[in-house]
Design a protein around this ligand. Structure first.
Ligand SMILES: Nc1ncnc2c1ncn2[C@@H]1O[C@H](COP(=O)(O)OP(=O)(O)OP(=O)(O)O)[C@@H](O)[C@H]1O
Length: 337
């Protein structure tokens, strides 16, 4: 199944031995958790799902892969985990090539799929124990207990899966993926279709994982989720990584602020003399929006209000807001079209 042209050159680059527990900041020799270079995927149907992806994820990082439906998120993580073959390019996990060193890679990654578990007659405990065994790891009741406790499932260890709530089933999927002690956990759309409370529970779970030093890559099309959880965000659209940025930096660079004025009288168009401003008029003519810098320079607002007053434009109300990652995302995806 696997391409055969990947063996060889990687051997001398990979670490001779697994590098023990997660590397500390002083460990300069340690390879990144994930290194993807020039990765492309064309499915047998001829559809090109990924186009030359380059990406590095550091150890201990929480990386959010954000993109609309069909953007290529699942394809990318499936290739990194070694479940789908790439057409070209290369993936290394902890320094191991995902084709030549398939086993080393599989033992280092845990994948939490979108679907809920189906083995409904099994107990929670048997499920995690079995998952660990699948990876050839020796039994370790203490580790499994810790995983179940961290995920608030310890009290349910003897319960059958069918008796668990939806939230517990989701957490059990994570417990299964953690049973063999992976260093990198992939969460594919962890909160797709769940209610708000459950979504917040999942965010909490990811925070706990971060504290335990696990590298987390999560895919989502909820901006809020990436904004809430990720250290860095990569936006993928049409199989291309449109941007990869520290979340805070992305907000700072592209965030901007928006001032919205609710006018007393509707306008048919932006009045002459104000065209140089970044103004937008709402469809009903009552809402005028001004976008300005995110870095705190707000002197333009006072000038604008004076100019509007001079032009005889009066407003009944105004409010400002920070542009959200949602706005940024929408504009990036538009630009990428
Ligand atoms: N086995 C396959 N054969 C052909 N095309 C495929 C296959 N799997 C996925 N695709 C196509 O590749 C594209 C990317 O799919 P992928 O599942 O990676 O997207 P995604 O970003 O994860 O989307 P979603 O958010 O809907 O899960 C889609 O257009 C999809 O239809």
């Amino acid at each position: 199944m696997h391409d055969t042209d990947h063996t060889g050159p990687v051997a001398e680059e990979r670490p001779a031995k697994p590098s023990g527990s997660a590397a500390g900041p002083g460990d300069r020799e340690a390879p990144p958790a994930i290194a993807v270079s020039r990765l492309s995927k064309t499915y047998d149907s001829g559809f090109q799902a990924l186009r030359g992806i380059d990406l590095e994820v550091s150890r201990g990082e929480i990386f959010g892969l954000l993109g609309p439906n069909g953007a290529g998120k699942t394809t990318l993580i499936s290739i990194i985990c070694g479940l789908v073959n790439a057409t070209s390019g290369r993936v290394r996990v902890d320094g191991y090539d995902n084709v030549a060193d398939y086993r080393a890679v599989r033992s280092r990654v845990g994948l939490v799929p979108q679907e809920l578990a189906t083995e409904s007659f099994e107990t929670v405990w048997d499920t995690v124990r079995f998952s660990r065994g699948l990876f050839g790891r020796p039994p370790d009741a203490a580790h499994l207990e810790k995983v179940l406790r961290d995920l608030a499932l310890w009290e349910k260890r003897d319960s059958k899966i069918m008796s668990l709530s939806g939230g517990m089933k989701r957490r059990l999927l994570i417990a299964k993926a953690l049973a063999h002690e992976p260093r990198i956990l992939f969460l594919d759309e962890p909160t797709a279709g769940v209610d708000v409370d459950l979504r917040h529970d999942m965010w909490e779970v990811v925070r706990v994982l971060r504290e335990s030093g696990v590298t987390v890559v999560l895919t989502t099309h909820y901006i809020e989720e990436a904004e809430e959880m990720a250290d860095r965000v990569g936006v993928i659209n049409n199989g291309e990584l449109v941007v990869v940025e520290e979340k805070a930096e992305l907000m700072r660079k592209l965030g901007g602020k928006r001032l919205t004025l609710h006018l007393r009288e509707p306008l048919a168009e932006i009045p002459p003399g104000l065209e140089h401003r970044r103004l937008e008029l709402g469809a009903d003519g009552f809402e005028l929006t001004y976008t300005y810098d995110a870095d705190g320079r707000e002197e333009g607002v006072a000038e604008l209000l004076t100019e509007l007053g001079e032009a005889g434009i009066h407003f009944a109300d105004l409010h400002t807001e920070q542009r959200s990652l949602e706005d940024i995302f929408v504009s990036l995806v538009r630009e990428g079209r």
